[in-house]
Design a protein around this ligand. Structure first.
Ligand SMILES: Nc1ncnc2c1ncn2[C@@H]1O[C@H](COP(=O)(O)OP(=O)(O)O)[C@@H](O)[C@H]1O
Ligand SMILES: [Mg+2]
Length: 363
């Protein structure tokens, strides 16, 4: 049987560029080469696409070099020197000419996870792993996610949504509204970012202006949310029409909340798989994860994150990540590993779900 040719899409224009490279590397190493041949496609921070030799060199780069080349200038120098060494031209991509059967998309964050690249792939007629355009776009926006989830009867974090220009028109009015509605601490966050970028836990009125100015500088829509007490629980979901939920995992942040430093710099958060919850709550949270997945029209995969309060038994949706971290130590593959699906099988399933979806209209 001929091998399926997989375009591995990684890098990208978002702040999760490096994580995407590390995710792609794990996938490239684990994919079953008896059935799949991989053509890597690296997208740099400027949105330029590189394939084959250059993309392979980026995948093989030393992690320290990778981090060093994170400024735009350094990244450009690195790319040019790789291009010179390999004798390959910088811009070289054409899916049909390369015989690509399916795209494995590990572009985290803006442009990769939000429906934009999915739309491009639909236009090109290339099936891809993960959610379609609408589910990707809706789940990327935390305000839209809440609307759809609440409509389906799923509890979400109480919050209000502001448009950035409205905040700038009358900041004092907004400060007063947030204080009256939620008191402190209150979470302020951009609607469509990830990795905790731009999120502040605001503890008093004086801190509101700084937090809102930061969030508004990063997004045209911003949320203020009541602080939820409870465990942070994540469930990995896989599949199309009959999605499967993994065992839940638990994140215990190493600081006041699960912020950027905690995620990527200090690595101080602790994880527990399975989550330290009663059997009953484990069952409920898994069921709820599938309900959220279906309500939002997800397909392929997603990681659904909740706050679970053991005292009251309440389960509140926090957010949905349609292209969660895929490194060897990331929660999504670890949750399925703990649920009996090893990393290489998971990759295989995701590709099969992508191909299965390609004949029906996608959400
Ligand atoms: N309403 C909230 N109540 C309590 N903690 C929150 C709330 N919103 C966010 N957090 C904390 O901030 C972290 C990041 O917020 P999240 O909404 O998940 O954004 P991101 O998409 O950047 O991961 C969460 O993992 C949690 O620790
Ligand atoms: Mg999160």
């Amino acid at each position: 049987m001929p091998k399926t040719t997989v375009a591995l899409l990684f890098g990208g224009k978002s702040s999760e560029h490096e994580i995407s490279i590390i995710s792609a590397r794990s996938i490239a190493r684990a994919i079953d080469t008896r059935y799949y041949s991989v053509i890597p496609f690296y997208i740099d921070r400027n949105g330029r696409w590189f394939c084959k030799g250059i993309a392979e060199a980026i995948l093989d780069m030393d992690l320290a070099d990778l981090m060093r080349s994170s400024s735009r200038e350094q990244a450009e120098t690195t790319l040019r020197s790789i291009a010179e060494t390999s004798g390959q031209s910088l811009f070289d991509f054409n899916f049909p000419a390369l015989g690509v059967d399916v795209a494995f998309n590990v572009l985290h964050g803006t442009y990769g996870e939000d429906g934009r690249v999915q739309g491009l792939l639909d236009t090109l007629g290339i099936p891809y792993t993960g959610c379609g355009v609408a589910a990707s776009a809706v789940t990327m926006d935390k305000a839209l996610t809440k609307l759809c989830a609440e409509d389906a009867g799923i509890a979400t974090t109480p919050g209000i949504t502001l448009l950035t220009p409205d905040y700038h028109t009358d900041p004092e009015l907004i400060h007063e509204m947030i204080e009256n509605r939620f008191g402190f601490p209150v979470f302020v966050k951009p609607a469509s970012l990830g990795s905790s970028v731009g999120i502040t836990k605001v503890t008093c009125r004086e801190e509101l202006a700084g937090a809102l100015t930061l969030a508004c500088s990063l997004d045209c829509k911003v949320l203020a949310e009541a602080t939820i007490t409870g465990k942070e629980i994540e469930v990995a979901v896989l599949g199309n029409d009959e999605p499967l939920a993994s065992l839940p995992g638990e994140i215990q942040p190493g600081s006041d909340f699960y912020d950027f430093e905690d995620k990527y710099i200090r690595n101080s958060a602790k994880t527990f798989i399975p989550a330290r919850l009663t059997e009953q709550l484990i069952g409920e949270v898994r069921m709820k994860a599938v309900a959220v997945y279906r309500a939002l029209g997800c397909s392929g995969m997603s990681r659904v994150d909740f706050f679970v309060n053991e005292k009251t038994g309440s389960i509140v949706l926090n957010e949905i990540n349609t292209i969660p971290g895929f490194t060897d130590i990331s929660m999504y593959p670890k949750l399925f590993e703990a649920s009996g699906i090893p990393f290489d099988t998971l990759i295989d399933r995701l590709i099969r779900f992508a191909l299965e979806k390609s004949d029906i209209p996608r959400n």
